[in-house]
Design a protein around this ligand. Structure first.
Ligand SMILES: Nc1ncnc2c1ncn2[C@@H]1O[C@H](COP(=O)(O)OP(=O)(O)OP(=O)(O)O)[C@@H](O)[C@H]1O
Length: 264
């Protein structure tokens, strides 16, 4: 791909998960982290995984990332088997996992290191494009320790987006931030998704966050981890987390989650 292709075209892919189970076998016990997971995610769809601790949300995200292998079943993007990590599926974690010895630009460039067919100037242009997208164009030379928590997560987002992955995997990316910073990031993330549409899997415990961001919210229950039901979110965008309609749907989902967890 040329730099023009990179800038003008945002890659995305369908995700297909069929009959996936995951067992963690330990010396003393075996944990059924996921059982019989079937899921189709459309090109450019934003899907939130919601559920209590230990119901397998992160395990499923790690399987999609290729960081873990399923015990049974198959995972594919656009018909291609997922059998290891790759730059088509980038992960963003709760802790920014940035390199403190590199500046902001260096961190975003790191994500582009393995991208073939680009000159160093191309890579810098791309990195700057993504820093602008997350509102950090004036901080390219800043040190990581000079940034606030929200700014660090913006750098992590720019780094994850820069290789132009088909799928963006976000594991509670805003959980450690204060409420006001989070609200700003909800708005920004929706804006970014409008400009650079990706297939997004977003893990959260926060029901309102899921309703604010997701096209679809999947509810998980534990032991064994299963997807029990789903809600389509048809509210207009951009959504505000304090909006009455968001709060109402969040209430309905919370009630359902409580029922499911009690019966699990
Ligand atoms: N590497 C591992 N080895 C053994 N057990 C594991 C491993 N990873 C996860 N588990 C177990 O699998 C189950 C699902 O864990 P997972 O982290 O996927 O849940 P989760 O829904 O993401 O939880 P949380 O919301 O707390 O992050 C849990 O019982 C957990 O203890």
């Amino acid at each position: 791909m040329t730099i023009a292709d990179e800038l003008n075209h945002s890659s995305t892919a369908k995700l297909s998960i069929q009959s996936v189970s995951k067992l963690f076998r330990g010396a003393r016990q075996t944990v059924s982290a996921l059982e019989d997971i079937n899921l189709q995610v459309e090109d450019g769809e934003f899907v939130c995984f919601l559920g209590a601790s230990g119901c397998g949300k992160s395990t499923l995200l790690n399987l999609i990332a290729g960081l873990e292998k399923p015990t049974e079943g198959t995972l594919q993007t656009d018909g291609h088997s997922i059998d290891g990590p790759g730059r088509q599926r980038m992960v963003m974690f709760q802790e920014h996992a940035l390199f403190p010895w590199l500046d902001v630009m260096g961190n975003v460039l790191f994500g582009l290191k393995l991208k073939p067919g680009l000159t160093n100037d191309d890579r810098r242009e791309l990195a700057m494009f993504y820093l602008k997208l997350v509102g950090l164009e004036n901080f390219a030379q800043a040190n990581i320790h000079e940034l606030s928590g929200g700014m660090k997560q913006r750098v992590a987002l720019a780094r994850a987006l820069a290789p132009n992955p088909q799928v963006l995997l976000m594991d509670e990316p805003f959980a450690a931030l204060d409420a006001m910073t989070r609200e700003q990031l909800y708005a920004d993330l929706q804006g970014i998704q409008q400009k650079r549409r990706k297939t997004v899997i977003f893990v959260t415990h926060n029901v309102r966050e899921a309703v604010c961001l997701g096209d679809r919210v999947l509810l998980f229950t534990p032991r064994p981890g299963r997807i029990r039901t789903e809600f389509k979110v048809d509210l207009p965008r951009p959504r505000d987390i304090n909006d009455v309609a968001v709060a109402q749907l969040a209430r309905t989902i919370t009630d359902e989650l409580k029922k499911l967890t009690a019966s699990a």
